[in-house]
Design a protein around this ligand. Sequence first.
Ligand code: MG
Length: 414
Amino acid sequence: MKRREFLSGTAMAGLPLQAAAMPQASPRYTGKPELKITDVQAFLVNAGRNYVYVKVSTDQGIHGWGEAYSAGPDEATVATVRDFKSWLVGKDPRNIEYLWATMYNFTRFPGGLVVNAALSGIEHALWDIAGKAAGLPVYMLLGGKCREKIRCYQSAGGRTPEQLGESAKRLIAKYGYTAIKCAPHPMGSQAMPYNAVTRAAGQRAEALRQAVGPDVDLCFDAHATIWEPYRAAEMAEALKPARPLFLEEALRHENMDAMAELRRRVQIPIATGEELYTKFQFQQLLTVGGADIVQPDICLAGGILEQKKIAAIAESHYVMVAPHNPLGPLATLVNIHFAASTPNFIILEYHPDDESPRKDLIKGDTIVVKDGYLAIPDKPGWGYEMDEEAFKRMPPRPWHRAFEFQRDGAPGFI
Ligand SMILES: [Mg+2]
């Protein structure tokens, strides 16, 4: 439509011609902040692996902590957090939807690993401040408790099926887990003939089931190392006699139709989502029927409120949520508040925080698993403080995942 036609059309609709002809500055939220953000800091530390922490400070002495996903390009995530600082200083940290939209919308192009990790870490810190300002744990601001404790699982390891079974038994004896996860394929599987990988997966699943008994839930994480749906289906068939709770990341995530095709072909539950961002990608995954269980990462998918929106989309598809949670104790705490307040939560991935150096990242009480469950903190915010002094003793180290190659030297998937 030409501009002239637009103006005459507006005038015909009864709007003042002058207002249409002379656009005003776009309106924006101008509520006077009662609490103002004064600083946004990022910390990169190594406590066995790199962790990215975000601290948001305010003019009233309240501060909040968040954790951004660490996947390798961590310096880039730190730089992005610092770049967002000028967009946030002076704003009320409790207007979290407004600030989330500021970061998401004004980045304009959909973010990937780095932007969504930075956004998620900042979002956590805003919720920590909101909880402290209200004198309430964060879950009380997000619907309150719908459970009293949080079920979690840990991954067992071992090169041989026997070692894997022993590892699982040790973890259950120590922490009381009611579910255990492992990789179905053996180490070096990218260079193995595929039939050998499938056969080994069946042997590992059988050994694990025999070691833990009939009623412990077993989860298998293929770590997105398989390319073709028919091969992932063969893997699922080999695991089926162990009656898995789920098979995780049986395929890479780029092609959601392929994941949906796999789900139609197999008879065990398919779980995925740790590499997906925001409600938008999870909506696509669930619309094509690509998952029985979704696994957003709260440090990557957009934060705790975004993960609750993802859970709501999943709930409408009768799909449960088992958050991906391989990072540090703060990520676990944010997930505990999510799980406490979310009806279709099923189980949380967990790496114990009861030993140094991980336990040194937070002040005060250690987070512990009892009978396979995590306690829900009842103090304001997340209920814990990060230890900035300890950060100084934990300089970051450059890292990347171990590279794996196929038999002919081509890069594999990791
Ligand atoms: Mg995984």
